[in-house]
Design a protein around this ligand. Structure first.
Ligand code: ADP
Ligand code: MG
Length: 699
């Protein structure tokens, strides 16, 4: 079996190997040039590629093709067209043209646009992204595409990601040339997203409307056991989970997704998958596909894969770690501390650019991880706080200290540091626990952004990070421009010193979960944007609009439309949850509560008739408690629904989102606590829904 894996790997993608085999040499060369340098693709090349692609797809069982894109819903979208084309004799041929490959015109009017298409044009189009390989899934050829309006506005997550990669490439190459690396022609972002998820039994899942409609439980008494024994993390895999993970790996490998690591996570029924890193654009597409295939394979195993950030109260939720670095066309990882003095300078400049970027645009980084689901996780002693800070580790912090204070690293006396003369030590990943509490950690040769929620698109944080680092590099460039080569080392040293002084407030190596840090961060002037409605208004702050417009990532209109979409999405999510909770309680839970109260009262009255002198203190207390809870729940549900109605009347999106957060979520929490307390009293056979015990411990 294992022998077949290399053959199976990537067998469902239109890979370089297939291209080389199927395309005429000159066409292959032209396509490679487009892929590697982003140059324009001529129609004759597109035609030739389309023919080869179709031939390969049909050979592998495909009947349809689709332009696959990533609208602002957070999911992917696809519309399938068959290859068939009627011929004169009433028969059909399988046909696919360069034009069909390069451009599609889906009806865009039902995707979120935040008012963009109302102001501009109703139509959208999809454009082939040749840098991400086409693949076959379910007898369909999938063509990764960007989704734009006819007037050029981005309506998706891929377009701005590609633009941000381009902006960073430009600034990084400029900087490297200035620092003396003349051979570098391209710098790409690399991403390795670690993906957490839960698995639950499908039959149990289908009995809970909250899981079906909201992806998370809206109430449920804790199981007697949670994650306190710390026995699940890296624990041996249960046979059902093991079989699932195996199938999942196979499906991912077929699509050329390099799934590498799999293990149990901290919470019961929680797991993780990590791929080998890839360039940002491909890694983002792969992560979207991974999430989809995780769900699909789970179905086959009679399970459901939950990607919500907080499916269960009282145990850890799921996140996604965005490992990020920069690689040159020569294969040099720019965040790898150098082996030569020249590489040292490069490393320090790029490291400092990231620190500056994250400090200057911490609010945008926070926004990039913001969602209604992730709000339940951040700051909850399981995930980083909502405050953005950077963990560098003691060694690297000491290096920066020595630069700032003109002391040799590792020596006490004050002398000007000749940064070029040393070879920096390789910083091993800090494996102590505290580093896990940092939202943004340097881990040896890359940065790891740990704030992202498990269901989020990895595109968003990387759009921000790429653009902010491009801006930082561009500012550094302006400071260094015109420096003579022999003075460069000194100039870089001075630049680093200035930057460290200005931005060291964002560096924090301590425990990010502690209350002291919240106070300390406040005194340092760092943002603490607790919830999604708290942070979103920062998106449209002038400094952030300037950043995105200067680097041509978003137009002003695109930013405002995205702001509206994010607010709307938040409010809609909370309202759906409120309605689901109300329905579950009203239709099913109250009945169970009432039935049990009635049964208890009936039994008590039988007992009383049989033994008139028997005191019935506990029965009375129980019936009273159940009956009171019944009343409180009924009133609470009415109040919740009144709040939802009130929210529906609010026309301003920001006001609506804030109202949902301040009023509806609080009322939902009140109901959750009431229902949880009652659930703990009611016998399992009367409960309308599978309990936490069953959901978390039945696989
Ligand atoms: P941990 O769970 O300790 O955080 P893992 O080994 O599970 O670490 O995941 C690390 C992730 O980082 C992997 O997806 C890996 O491919 C990715 N990674 C490693 N090097 C780079 C790099 N240079 N750029 C981007 N991602 C990287
Ligand atoms: Mg990690």
């Amino acid at each position: 079996m294992n022998k077949e894996i290399p053959e199976l790997y990537g067998s469902m993608i239109f890979s370089d190997k297939v291209m080389r085999k199927k395309l005429p040499k000159d066409m292959y060369k032209a396509l490679r040039k487009t892929i590697e340098n982003g140059t324009h693709l001529e129609l004759d090349v597109a035609n030739s590629v389309a023919v080869a692609m179709k031939e390969w797809a049909v050979e592998n069982g495909a009947t349809h093709y689709t332009h696959w894109f990533q609208p602002m819903t957070g999911f992917t979208a696809e519309k399938h067209d068959s290859f068939i084309s009627p011929s004169k004799d009433g028969e059909v041929i399988m046909d696919f043209s360069g034009k069909e490959l390069v451009k599609g015109e889906p009806d865009a009017s039902s995707f979120p646009s935040g008012g963009l298409r109302a102001t501009f044009e109703a139509r959208g189009y999809t454009a082939w992204d040749p840098t991400s390989p086409a693949f076959i899934k379910d007898q369909t050829l999938y063509i990764p595409t960007a989704f734009c309006s006819y007037s050029g506005e981005a309506l998706d997550k891929k377009t701005p990601l590609l633009r941000s990669m381009e902006a960073l490439n430009e600034e990084a190459v400029k900087m490297l040339k200035l620092l003396g690396s003349q051979n570098v022609t391209r710098v790409s972002t690399t991403i390795g997203p670690e993906q957490e998820y839960f698995l639950v039994d499908k039959d149990l899942y289908h009995k809970r409307k909250d899981l079906i409609f909201c992806g998370r439980t809206l109430f449920g008494a804790s199981a007697p056991k949670g994650q306190e024994m710390e026995d699940h993390y890296f624990g041996s895999l249960k046979p059902r989970v093991c079989a699932y993970m195996h199938d999942l790996d196979i499906e991912l490998w077929k699509l050329g997704i390099p799934a590498k690591t799999k293990h149990n996570e901290v919470a019961p029924a929680q797991h993780e998958l990590a791929p080998v890193f890839d360039t940002a654009n491909v890694a983002v597409d792969h992560n979207q596909l991974t999430m989809e295939i995780m769900k699909k394979v789970a179905e086959k195993h009679n399970m459901v894969c939950l990607l919500h950030e907080k499916p269960f109260e009282g145990i850890n939720g799921s996140g996604k770690h965005n490992n990020w670095s920069l690689i040159t066309n020569e294969g040099v990882n720019l965040l790898n501390p150098g082996r030569t003095p020249a590489q040292n300078i490069q490393f320090l400049v790029f490291l400092m650019a990231v620190i500056k970027a994250v400090d200057d645009y911490a609010d945008l980084m926070r926004i990039s991880a913001a969602s209604a689901g992730n709000d339940h996780r951040l700051g909850g002693n399981e995930a980083p706080p909502a405050i953005i800070s950077i963990f560098l580790g003691d060694e690297l912090t000491a290096v920066l200290d020595s630069i700032e204070n003109d002391t040799y690293f590792g020596k006490q006396e004050k002398v000007e540091l000749d940064i070029g003369a040393h070879v920096l030590p390789h910083f091993v990943k800090d494996s102590t626990d505290r580093n896990r509490t940092s939202p943004f950690a340097f881990t040896g040769n890359k940065f790891e952004f740990r704030m992202l929620g498990s269901s989020a698109s990895v595109a968003t944080p990387n759009i921000v990070l790429n653009t902010a680092v491009a801006e930082a590099l561009s500012q550094f460039y302006q400071e260094l421009e015109g420096t003579k080569p022999e003075d460069m080392e000194h100039a870089v040293h001075e630049l680093l010193k200035r930057a460290i002084k200005k931005h060291k407030k964002i560096i924090f190596n301590g425990n990010g979960y502690s209350d002291e840090w919240v106070k300390e961060a406040q005194s340092r002037g760092l943002y603490n944007l607790v919830s999604t409605p708290d942070c979103l208004p920062q998106f449209i702050k002038e400094k952030n609009v300037k950043l995105f417009t200067n680097h041509h990532i978003f137009t002003r209109e695109e930013i405002f439309s995205r702001y509206e979409i994010l607010l709307e999405n938040y409010a809609k999510t909370v309202k759906i949850e409120a309605r689901t909770l109300s329905e579950m309680l009203t239709k099913d839970f109250l009945l169970a509560l009432d039935t049990y109260a009635g049964q208890t009262a009936k039994h008590a009255s039988f007992k009383k008739a049989f033994l008139p002198s028997l005191p019935l203190v506990s029965e009375e207390a129980l019936v009273t408690k159940l009956t009171n809870t019944y009343t409180e729940l009924t009133e609470g549900i009415a109040k919740l629904m009144a709040l939802v109605e009130e929210a529906d009347q609010i026309t301003d999106m920001y006001a609506m989102a804030t109202f949902c957060q301040k009023n509806i979520l609080g009322q939902m929490e009140t109901l959750r606590l009431l229902a949880n307390a009652a659930e703990a009293l009611i016998p399992d056979e009367l409960l309308p829904y599978p309990t936490y015990d069953q959901l978390l411990f039945s696989l």
